[in-house]
Design a protein around this ligand. Structure first.
Ligand SMILES: C[S@@+](CC[C@H](N)C(=O)[O-])C[C@H]1O[C@@H](n2cnc3c(N)ncnc32)[C@H](O)[C@@H]1O
Length: 257
């Protein structure tokens, strides 16, 4: 595949690490992503196997993703995610940044803040994404209501004008109307992209294509990668629907005369 023609404004179906490794250095402005959380390999507030009944019954992620189990050994998972971050960092320009969404979790009774993944990556800020509440089945701790977004920039990264007026705690309700089991809320990605000057935005775990759809709406370029052909199709459908809607909006005033 050739850069940029085979990547820009495309949803690419495949393994993100393999695909990122074929891309040239410093070719994107922003990476915005939420990886699989390895939720099925958890003893704490994740989702252990055999959840056909009980607290997680009926959860859309009960069986993992359509083409990925989300259940690998913890060390293997942390190494994989660290390697993905290193690769995203190689791809961003000198004034680029990574926004990496993850969730701290309790494992064997102890909070795990994901240092096992982040390691030596130059985190500048941790943004709290406050979600709406859910269910808490554990009387040992308060209902968890937030996820984190690590801002991992290269040294010259700056926000767009007035972008720094936003605080570092963002409240956005999780997305309900999406066939994907764990989509980003559109408003969360709007906040990220619109507070930067990024032109080319990569999401290496693009799922239903939220990052791509928002980038397109804000007149930026996108690159989406996902392992699942089902989710890639879903993303393509959302992108086409948004294209048609924005074209209709553009011609509407003309129809009035
Ligand atoms: C949390 S979801 C991302 C959802 C996305 N943010 C959205 O708005 O729909 C994680 C995604 O990672 C994908 N995935 C899992 N393993 C992958 C791999 N090796 N390469 C690319 N994508 C992968 C899954 O198919 C899933 O769609």
């Amino acid at each position: 595949m050739k850069f940029p023609e085979d990547y820009i404004n495309k949803i690419i179906c495949g393994d993100s690490l393999e695909i990122m490794r074929q891309m040239p250095d410093n070719c994107i402005d922003l990476a915005v992503t939420s990886p699989p959380y390895n939720l099925k390999n958890s003893t704490g507030n994740g989702m252990s196997a055999n959840t056909k009944s009980g607290k997680w019954a009926g959860n859309p992620l009960q069986n993992g993703y359509s083409h990925y189990s989300d259940n690998i050994p913890a060390d293997e998972y942390a190494d994989w995610q660290y390697n993905c971050l290193k690769e995203m960092f190689r791809l961003i320009k000198d004034d680029g940044a990574i926004y990496y969404n993850h969730k701290w979790r309790v494992q064997d009774g102890l909070i795990q803040d994901r240092k096992d993944i982040i390691r030596d990556m130059p985190v500048r800020q941790i943004i709290i994404w406050r979600r709406k509440g859910g269910f808490n089945f554990n009387p040992g701790y308060y209902l968890p209501t937030y996820e984190v977004i690590y801002l991992i920039p290269k040294p010259k990264f700056k926000l767009a004008t007035k972008g720094n007026a936003c605080g570092d705690v963002w409240e956005f309700t999780q997305e309900m109307k999406n066939e994907h089991p764990a989509p980003f809320p559109v408003s969360l990605i709007e906040r990220i992209i619109s507070t930067t000057n990024a032109k080319i935005i990569l999401d290496p775990f693009s799922g239903s294509g939220t990052t791509a759809v928002v980038a397109m709406g804000l007149k930026r370029e996108y690159i989406g990668i996902d392992l699942s052909p089902d989710y890639c199709n879903l993303a393509e459908k959302r992108i086409s629907k948004n294209k048609v809607e924005s074209e209709l909006l553009a011609i509407k005033p003309a129809l009035l005369f």
